[in-house]
Design a protein around this ligand. Structure first.
Ligand code: DQA
Length: 140
């Protein structure tokens, strides 16, 4: 079983972007952290600022047999019907992750278009959220 770890717009700048909200660790740190925490697991990583590139990647992953995804779609969480349709249409089992607690921030962040088709959601636990999501997908 391979798990896809997908990050959407602006998450490529993790570590530099609003560190008081998103912390000082980078996407490379996240990858090292997950590979270290789950040495036996097959993990694939992808980040893009583009909605279509994310959907293309989901289709590619689906084609190669990946059915489990940890997804931080960034702001696309709140606005992308296309990403939601892709996740639903490909019947992917995914955990929606947010580094920050989206319910304590601006009201627009409290609405997720993706959550209704996700297996669950983790919000506000920092990078630990990705780790817990991988643990869940491996266990269940
Ligand atoms: C985020 C929260 C989103 O509202 C925001 O647009 C992001 C990051 C988070 O990880 O907390 O880009 O998904």
């Amino acid at each position: 079983m391979t798990i896809g770890i997908m990050n959407g717009p602006n998450l490529g700048r993790l570590g530099k972007r609003v560190p008081e909200v998103y912390g000082s660790e980078t996407l490379t740190d996240l990858e090292e952290r997950l590979r270290g925490a789950f040495p036996g697991a097959k993990l694939e990583f992808f980040q893009s600022n583009h909605e279509g590139a994310l959907i293309d990647c989901l289709e590619r992953w689906h084609g190669s047999g990946i059915r489990d995804v940890v997804l931080n779609a960034g702001a696309l969480t709140h606005q992308s019907y296309a990403l939601r349709d892709a996740l639903e249409g490909l019947e992917l089992r995914f955990v929606e992750v947010h580094i920050s607690n989206v319910y304590r921030r601006e009201p627009f962040r409290a609405h997720s278009l993706l959550a209704p088709v996700a297996v669950g959601q983790i919000s506000g636990l920092g990078l630990r959220g990705y780790e817990l999501a991988v643990r869940f997908l491996l266990d269940v």
